[in-house]
Design a protein around this ligand. Structure first.
Ligand code: CP
Ligand code: NVA
Length: 302
């Protein structure tokens, strides 16, 4: 693997499998109460420009379980929030820490941080991508279905960071990806074009969620208005009305389809309560796996 984890596009098949194998080992060790403190004395800085529940808890607890510590750095309370430049922050923090996780707006800022830092930088979500999430989702699919190979994953909703990262994953791994997004809310054009060219099993963008959901092994959705788009919430409620995972859409998928959501969810918007709380849903396992998968990433990079 490279020094940093900025996107899943930069991973090779062997990198994905190494992360999944290590995550499986670490999950087992934790469940069996076996010591696995492989990062004793190591430190992770966690810079947050946006809110978080899962990412913060799973990275913080993960570092603790591996024998290290994590520092929560809300950028509002640091000099970054007062305009200290990225290059200085990255170079200086590299002298204190063994790794940095960043959640922010622009992907370019995470990339700039990584290129100035001498320590590993992990993308904890940007407007463009959310690599740790999709790695945990793929691991969850492997656990539940044995493999992601040859499966059909259908994403319904906004062409956001989650959709973009699914496309990157489909460019690298042999599964089929169907997306259903309303016009004007497509995934990133560059990521989409690249994914369509490089995917082995195919990536198709639909307007009709029912068509996209046909025969799916996995139905996935995410909020209609991501962090930073809150002011568009009301407008988006109108545009996305039809882009919901509900019982009718679930009927189009395979009988044993998994329902997934990165969380937080808005019941009654992108997904109905009966479906997210129903028998197909694996959203809590998916959230748990953030811990195990990120511990694997931390072990590999730190
Ligand atoms: N799925 C996810 O990243 O959740 P948080 O925003 O709570 O970290
Ligand atoms: N697309 C969502 C994901 C949250 C984990 C957002 O960016 O807000």
């Amino acid at each position: 693997m490279k020094k940093d984890l900025l996107s899943v596009y930069e991973l090779g098949l062997a990198d994905f499998e190494k992360i999944f194998d290590d995550a499986r080992r670490l999950k087992k060790a934790l469940k069996e109460g076996k010591p696995h403190a492989s990062l004793k004395g190591k430190t992770l800085g966690m810079i947050f420009d946006k809110s978080s529940t899962r990412t913060r808890i799973s990275f913080e607890v993960g570092m603790y379980q591996l024998g290290g510590i994590a520092l929560f750095l809300n950028s509002r309370d640091t000099q970054i929030g007062r305009g200290e430049i990225i290059a200085d922050s990255a170079r200086m923090m590299s002298r204190y820490l063994n790794g940095i996780m960043i959640r922010t707006y622009a992907q370019a800022n995470v990339e700039e941080f990584a290129s100035s830092a001498s320590i590993p930088v992990i993308n904890g979500l940007t407007d463009l991508l959310h690599p740790c999430q999709i790695l945990s989702d793929l691991f969850t699919i492997k656990e539940k279905k044995g493999s992601y190979k040859g499966l059909k994953v259908t994403y319904i909703g906004d062409g956001n960071n989650i959709a973009n990262t699914w496309i990157d994953a489909a460019a690298r791994l042999p599964f089929e990806l169907a997306l259903a997004c309303p016009e004007g809310y497509d995934p990133d054009a560059h990521i989409m074009a690249r994914g369509m060219k490089e995917s082995k099993e195919g990536i198709v963008l639909y307007r009709d969620p029912f068509e996209a959901a046909k025969n799916a092994d996995v139905l996935y959705t995410d909020v209609w208005a991501s962090m930073g788009k809150e002011s568009e919430q009301e407008e988006r409620k109108k545009v996305f009305k039809y882009y919901q995972i509900n019982k009718k859409v679930l009927k189009e998928a395979k009988k044993d389809a998994l329902v997934m959501h990165c969380l937080p969810a808005h019941r009654g918007e992108e997904i109905t309560a009966d479906v997210i709380d129903g028998s197909h849903s694996v959203v809590i396992d998916e959230a748990e796996n953030r811990l195990h998968v990120q511990k694997a990433i931390l072990e590999i990079l730190l």
